[in-house]
Design a protein around this ligand. Structure first.
Ligand code: ADP
Length: 684
């Protein structure tokens, strides 16, 4: 995981992050997951959600952005206070200069500065009002700079951190989650925070200052009328509280339905070819419409509440204004109404009316802030949930690096299941450097699973996998993966050039090394025949290459890595037999000083292996060399005969078992299992 600190080795990260964050000082030391008590890969305290994820957000990610935050706070306060100047000066000028009801004075202006003539006094008032607008504009700019820089910086750091955290999770997490769902959190939910991060605190402050400032001015002018004018405040508070209670769950539902919709879209775009070949367009359109409708409903439900809330707020503030106007107006004409007493000048009345108008806007804003807070908080919960997600695989941050010398790999009584069902049971074997161990057996027997345990894509439930005597769980995962070269069943290429894909993981390889690896993987020739050779773009997931070509690029990638341990899981299943034989020869050279594991559907490719383990339902049913296994005349011999086309010589036991297996695989497929196409392959 990338940690953001000031040490030299993380400079590149900081540099990349600064590219788009140059307006935000303090960017590079902003995020310290560790300081903030956020867990690293699989450790640390779990996120306890008490609705306080927003607090956590500010405490964690606000820390490195105090300059922006403080600028925002100070500028907001000053800008708002300056906004109170014009109405106050207006009232004082009406009463002191025009009507001469009160002596002319301006707060904070020393008495000796006040001129004697009415015209000069008017000029002073005009100057003060004009000055307040000019300085107010400056503070308003600063206010916007501060809050936007703060919000963008927090979002950027949060996005990067959340991605890092997700990337560090083990495969179990990705098996259970929809990609679109996770993307939705990484993207939509992080973006959703923007509105509150930008305006939340500033509007909250504005409201506080406005209410306090207006309240103070009003109370100092005429306390009794002030009481009348401030009547709406508690009403507004109660009304808003009610709104929050109602809207909160609605926003949570809404965020979840966005995630579900994204997952659907992601799935469909990924499987577009299947949708077309299966003529499932209408079916999928209906499913998308369904997911969209759910989002629509959730959104609409929240909107209904929201659109009632804002007019409600306006109504309450409007009523407050009407009451102030009525009471003040009556007071001016006929003296203090009802239980009220004291004096009220026309200028004071004007100040009151204008100030209670100024109330309306921040109160409406108040609603927006509460609303934005609720939305942000629903998103923030989801982001922190992801940020603090813990997988099954627990990595010790201080685990020592694995040092391979002898290259001996040993499975000691290993058992494993993805969920409750046991997939691999009591498996034991050992392989030395220079040897090849082949795993064969029917589809679904657990062959791939066995090898995934070696690179810790999953961790064993029982038993131990050791490399040179070290339990793989006790070595740092990065060092383990540095010594194991893994060619998976479905090679994945990144959008980029062929060269970049071969060099993926060995980023500092020279062009000569890349070509040598491609030659060994029998890929050089087809690559040079591509329109732009090694610089040809392979398209998303490598769609512009054939399956066999992708496999060869993937093998070249592993050969280039030159690992001590080589894992080939059906690595040549998509290439023609001729090319396969050539690759086989190169791999034999490459593997001479390596510990090699191979899974192959075509048994001819593993007949020379030093050991062959025949797996069935997660158990070793036979082991030996090719000759020994043929002589034993068991499952291996049957599989061999199937591939040789000698279908008539199969043992009846094998035929029965094959039928049972097929039934099982089909069951799994109808249950939503993922073995559908593999099952067809095994059907022969
Ligand atoms: P093989 O390589 O022998 O064809 P696998 O190791 O791929 O078999 O799969 C063994 C069993 O584990 C199968 O029944 C398969 O459905 C199941 N399985 C494989 N991957 C997962 C996973 N990520 N989550 C749950 N079950 C899985």
């Amino acid at each position: 995981m990338v940690r953001f600190n000031d040490s030299d080795e993380t400079r590149t990260d900081d540099a990349t992050r600064r590219e788009d964050g140059d307006a935000t000082p303090g960017e590079d030391d902003a995020t310290r997951r560790e300081d903030a008590g956020l867990p690293g890969e699989g450790d640390g305290p779990a996120w306890e959600d008490g609705g306080g994820s927003m607090w956590r957000l500010y405490a964690t990610y606000g820390r490195g952005r105090t300059v922006q935050f403080a600028t925002g706070v100070v500028a907001t306060l000053l800008a708002r206070l300056l906004g109170l100047v014009p109405p106050l000066v207006l009232g004082l000028t009406i009463d002191g200069v025009f009507l001469r009801e009160r002596p002319y004075r301006l707060p904070l202006v020393p008495a000796e500065w006040v001129p004697a003539t009415a015209l000069d006094q008017l000029a002073l008032s005009i100057a003060v009002i004009a000055g307040s607008f000019v300085v107010g504009a400056l503070f308003s700019w600063l206010q916007n700079w501060g809050w936007n820089a703060f919000a963008q910086g927090v979002q950027h750091a949060l996005r990067v951190d959340t991605y890092d955290a997700v990337q560090g999770l083990d495969m179990g997490f990705f098996d259970d989650r929809q990609t679109g769902e996770t993307m939705s959190v990484l993207n939509n939910d992080v973006n959703q925070l923007e509105s509150f991060l930008t305006d939340g605190v500033s509007t909250g402050l504005t409201i506080a200052v406005t209410v306090l400032g207006i309240g103070l001015v009003m109370v100092s002018l005429q306390p009794q009328l002030a009481l009348v004018a401030l009547l709406p405040v508690p009403l507004l508070a109660a009304f808003t509280y009610g709104f929050v209670r109602v809207i909160q769950p609605k926003y949570a539902t809404m965020r979840a339905s966005v995630g579900a919709l994204n997952a659907r879209l992601e799935n469909n775009l990924g499987g577009i070819a299947v949708i077309k070949t299966e003529r499932a367009e209408r079916f999928e359109s209906a499913r998308v419409a369904d997911a969209s409708r759910r989002y629509y409903d959730a959104n609409w439900d929240a909107i209904r509440t929201r659109i009632t809330f804002f007019p409600g707020l306006s109504l309450i503030t409007g009523l407050g204004f009407v009451v102030t106007f009525a009471v003040g107006g009556y007071w001016l004409l006929a003296g203090p109404p009802g239980p009220l007493s004291g004096s009220l000048a026309p200028g004071e009345f004007v100040t009151f009316v204008v100030l209670s108008q100024q109330f309306v806007w921040p109160m409406a804003q108040f609603g927006q802030v509460v609303n934005a807070y609720q939305r942000a908080s629903a998103s923030s919960d989801r982001v922190f949930e992801l940020l603090t997600e813990r997988g099954r695989l627990v990595a010790d941050a201080d685990a020592p690096a694995l040092d391979v010398t002898a290259g001996r790999v040993e499975y000691d009584d290993v058992s494993f299941g993805y969920d409750d069902e046991v997939i691999v049971e009591n498996l034991s074997f050992a392989v030395e450097r220079g040897e090849t161990l082949a795993l064969v057996g029917p589809t679904g027997a657990g062959k791939s699973t066995v090898l995934k345990l070696l690179v810790r894509l999953y961790d064993v439930d029982e038993g131990t996998v050791r490399v040179d005597g070290t339990d793989v769980r006790e070595a740092s995962p990065t060092s383990l993966r540095a010594v194991v070269g893994y060619v998976g069943q479905t090679p994945f290429l990144f959008d980029g050039t062929v060269r970049e894909n071969v060099a993926y993981g060995t980023f500092d390889a020279s062009d000569e090394e890349i070509e040598a690896a491609a030659k060994a993987a029998q890929a050089h020739e087809f690559i040079t025949n591509l329109p732009e050779g090694y610089d040809t773009a392979v398209g998303e997931r490598g769609v512009k290459l054939s399956g066999g070509q992708r496999q060869r690029v993937s093998i070249a990638r592993t050969i280039l890595k030159d690992p001590a341990i080589l894992v080939l899981d059906e690595a040549t299943s998509h290439v023609d037999t001729e090319t396969e034989a050539l690759i086989q020869r190169s791999i034999a050279d490459v593997a001479a000083d390596k510990t090699t594991f191979a899974i192959a559907h075509r048994l001819s490719t593993v007949r020379n292996a030093d050991q062959i383990l025949v797996l069935d339902e997660g158990r070793v049913v036979e082991r030996g060399t090719h000759q020994e296994l043929l002589a034993a005349d068991g499952l291996y011999a049957d599989l061999w005969r199937v591939q040789a086309g000698e279908v008539d010589d199969l043992s009846s036991e094998f035929v029965e078992r094959a039928i049972r297996r097929r039934a099982r695989v089909e069951d799994a497929t109808t249950d939503g299992g993922e073995d559908g196409d593999a099952a067809v392959e095994e059907g022969g």
